[in-house]
Design a protein around this ligand. Sequence first.
Ligand SMILES: CC(C)(COP(=O)(O)OP(=O)(O)OC[C@H]1O[C@@H](n2cnc3c(N)ncnc32)[C@H](O)[C@@H]1OP(=O)(O)O)[C@@H](O)C(=O)NCCC(=O)NCCS
Length: 194
Amino acid sequence: MTDEEYYQSLELTQLTTLLKDYEEVKVLKLLETFTCSINEDLQNFLHNKNKAIRLEKSHVTRTYLYTAITENNNPVIVGYFTISLKVLETNGLSKSIIKKLDGIDKARKHIPCYLIAQLGKSTNCSSKIGQFMLDESIETIKETNSIIGGRFIILDSVNQEKVISFYEKEPNSFILLDEKDKSKENLKMYYPLI
Ligand SMILES: CC(C)(COP(=O)(O)OP(=O)(O)OC[C@H]1O[C@@H](n2cnc3c(N)ncnc32)[C@H](O)[C@@H]1OP(=O)(O)O)[C@@H](O)C(=O)NCCC(=O)NCCS
């Protein structure tokens, strides 16, 4: 099976839909099937009910889950992404970058944007589905963007060369906003929507 065929075989469901259709305990059990040893924050976001579930119920974020069915006929989460609105604080950014991000004012202190808050796949997933997941998250944001506007997407990338270049390489073309600094755990990147 190619990576794309595997990706197409997964079921994509919004967490909101699951919370409407099933009891919260059952939904949490499903979220707990997601494992990511390389990025604990990504795993905890689904496992801790004060994160994905609470934020979804409070309409702060929207989480999209990719589910596979195991040989024993059990559903397992193999990847997910979480998107939301965000206000970017421009403190520390150059005037030219602020102007580029804001579109109008080089002195703007806060700029509304979209956020990819989480994105990743399970440690058990050997297929390269990262690009498909990222494309889907950007397409989902673009649907909203065509209705209400907005100029860019922000994300905090894990500060690892391979992850940074995953976001930088074509067709993604995310641009680093933070200076490269090995002491930082995450680096902010943006994706222009215009
Ligand atoms: C980033 C990601 C979506 C890319 O998915 P993909 O295109 O399917 O590609 P891969 O999983 O093969 O990852 C590409 C490389 O990055 C490495 N990598 C991925 N996440 C990493 C992390 N958090 N820390 C260090 N290296 C990482 C992989 O080991 C792999 O290295 P290799 O090419 O030497 O095998 C996926 O690797 C992932 O979900 N990673 C774990 C979660 C994560 O950290 N997400 C990023 C949050 S900003």
